[in-house]
Ligand binder design. Sequence first.
Ligand code: ADP
Ligand code: MG
Length: 320
Amino acid sequence: MSSEFDLIQQYFSKPTHHTVLGVGDDAALVSAAAGMQLAISTDMLVAGTHFFNDAAPYGIGWKALAVNVSDMAAMGAQPKWATLAIALPEVIEPWLAEFSRGFFACADTFNVDLIGGDTTRANNKNGLTISVQIMGEVPSGQALKRSGAQAGDDIWVSGELGSAALGLAHLQGKIVLKNELDFCLNALHTPTPRTTLGLALRDIATSCIDISDGLLADLGHILKASNCGATLNLEKIPCNDYFKLDLSNTELQKMLLAGGDDYELCFTASKAKRDEIISLSKQLNLPISIIGSTHADIDLQVDYRNNKVELIKQGFDHFA
Ligand code: ADP
Ligand code: MG
């Protein structure tokens, strides 16, 4: 049987591109460029909470890093380095091989070096836990934040929302997807963080967040930090075609507004930036849509065909 060090060597040591000293010593060494700040974030994935115990390991590996890359995108930071702490109930090498393949596929796509971590045994058979810390660079003072939205700003989102929530609902047996199934499962298991958009928004957006817990919950964070409110138009929210069957259905509304796992960016910008954002959307070949606007009153309202949408539960809160 492989030792812990053999496992690290085989599955978690890959050549790096912008690292002084990577896996293998007591700490990694990196050099931050002059004039840059480090953006640092951690996201943990727990079996049974963030993925099913029997989920395909490739997707778990991809997503463990992708959700962290998405946090860099939201800050307008260039992701560069990551560490990976993993608690494994048992060593199943084919599982580790696939996990590692997914993790490094994401690392290669977004040019992130894995520079260290920790590998330990979980003491319960469902205890698989994966914690990734990511570090990125942003020119000093230019990071995008949740605060900064001004009353009267447009509210934008990238891509389409709701596909991951549909995929999850399918796996939970709540709905049956047919044509959309592959697309929605891909959205759920191998999300695409919007790094290029995040970098471009540094000069454009007044605030930004990535949508991980659902549009309403995450936009709510922007509104709270920026001390303003918003009105959204449900029919303007870019969404998977499945929702267009019946947007008046409250279950579908809930999935679209509070579903989560989208990893799209939601940001605010002055109306004067519209043309710039539209040309950015063309340049990136990525839809970016205005879904509403901010206002001075501290409330969040969603309209659908000129009626208010009932906001049953604003997103997913792990401790609610
Ligand atoms: P120490 O006992 O000094 O903390 P470890 O034996 O835990 O060191 O780890 C040895 C080396 O392997 C370290 O450089 C550590 O960062 C790296 N490492 C351990 N686990 C992982 C992992 N899952 N992914 C990447 N690097 C890892
Ligand atoms: Mg250690």
